[in-house]
Design a protein around this ligand. Structure first.
Ligand code: PEP
Ligand code: MN
Length: 339
């Protein structure tokens, strides 16, 4: 249920509705809009009586939300969500590039990458300190030591940090060191982890599960929103199909419906989506054309010697050429680069 307030509703009237929701044992979610506030509610397993709210002063109407992903749905929030970070906004009107190595390898590589990115106007660095690897014998990441290297890189350069959280055990330390918490494809339906990041006060970048439908992906986002963290960024990273010409099938066709059904920003990861560096630029341009709010790209000063995912990692000259092209394309799609 969504309680829409009149545009002239007073703060006291809004508070009264919030209290009325809480009095039913439900969780109120005030959603300030451009012209008026709406109050969403979650926690009910049976239908709530609309009349219960429509009699309250300042209430315009109470609307039943039909979608299972209530807080994530456009029914609940018509306007696009902008996720704000100290390193730029992600959302409508902008095209955000997040770039960096697959994993945190060393301080010099992070510094070199951060300086290069900032020189090109890219303000968010990606790199995993905790790595979900298919083989237990592959490089597992530097863990907390890697998080400290990321924090040092931010301190010295001023770049923002996007890094993956794999388990609830490390939630506090990843929240402390990161600016955006990444939830990987393999954890999209790790409900304990989703509930835990719902309590975090940093934005969450939620990758689509490699076999998840759009609805399952939005329901995963709903877990985070329902926990009280409204700063969720979706990220399409390719799904499993019969195709074997690429690591995954980058499902760019999910971007328009995701944007139609949900108000959250959507990024695209063409690196994991293709698995091959040669295809990353084309899929990046296509992501912008598909309506994505940005891309997350694996880039490294020496991709052939990257500790993980080198085959899909681009070098700096390729990144620079791509950024130059994106800057030319951006106005055509109503975007400005950065955020
Ligand atoms: C990554 O971004 O390095 C990563 C592990 O991504 P995904 O969860 O999409 O495989
Ligand atoms: Mn990777």
């Amino acid at each position: 249920m969504l309680v829409v307030m009149r545009s002239d509703a007073t703060p006291a009237q809004i508070t009264r509705v919030v209290e009325a929701v809480a009095a039913l044992g439900l969780t109120p979610h005030p959603l300030p809009g451009t012209t008026r506030t709406a109050i969403g509610m979650t926690g009910n397993t049976a239908a709530v009586d609309r009349a219960h709210f429509e009699v309250l002063p300042g209430v315009e109407e109470a609307i039943r939300v039909t979608k299972a992903y209530k807080l994530a749905s456009r029914e609940m929030k018509k306007d696009d969500t902008t996720v704000r970070t100290p390193f730029g906004n992600v959302g409508p009107g902008t095209f955000t590039v997040v770039a960096g190595p697959c994993s945190v390898e060393s301080e010099p590589i992070l510094m070199k990458t951060a300086e290069h990115l900032l020189g090109k106007g890219v303000k968010l660095l990606r790199a995993g300190a905790f790595k979900p690897r298919t083989s237990p014998y592959s490089f597992q990441g530097l863990g907390v030591e890697g998080l400290k290297l990321l924090a040092k890189t931010r301190e010295q350069t001023g770049i923002g940090i996007v890094t993956e959280l794999m388990d609830t055990e490390n939630a506090s330390v990843v929240e402390e060191y990161s600016d955006v918490i990444q939830i990987g494809t393999r954890n999209m339906q790790n409900f304990s982890l989703l509930k835990r990041v719902g309590k975090c006060r940093k934005p969450v970048l939620l990758k689509r599960g490699m076999s998840a439908t759009l609805e399952e992906w939005l329901m995963a986002a709903e877990y985070i929103l329902a926990g009280g963290n409204y700063d969720v960024i979706l990220c399409e990273r390719g799904v499993r199909t019969f195709s074997d010409h690429s690591r995954n099938t980058l499902d760019l066709s999910v971007v328009p419906p995701a944007k139609a059904l949900c108000h959250l920003p959507v990024l695209v990861d063409p690196s994991h989506g293709t698995g091959k560096r040669a295809y990353v630029p084309a899929m990046t341009y296509a992501a912008m054309a598909a309506g994505a709010d940005g891309v997350m790209i694996e880039a490294h000063p020496d991709p052939d010697h990257a500790a993980s995912d080198g085959a899909q990692t681009i070098d700096f000259p390729t990144l620079d050429a791509m950024l130059a092209k994106l800057a030319v394309m951006a106005p055509l799609f109503g975007r400005t680069m950065g955020g």
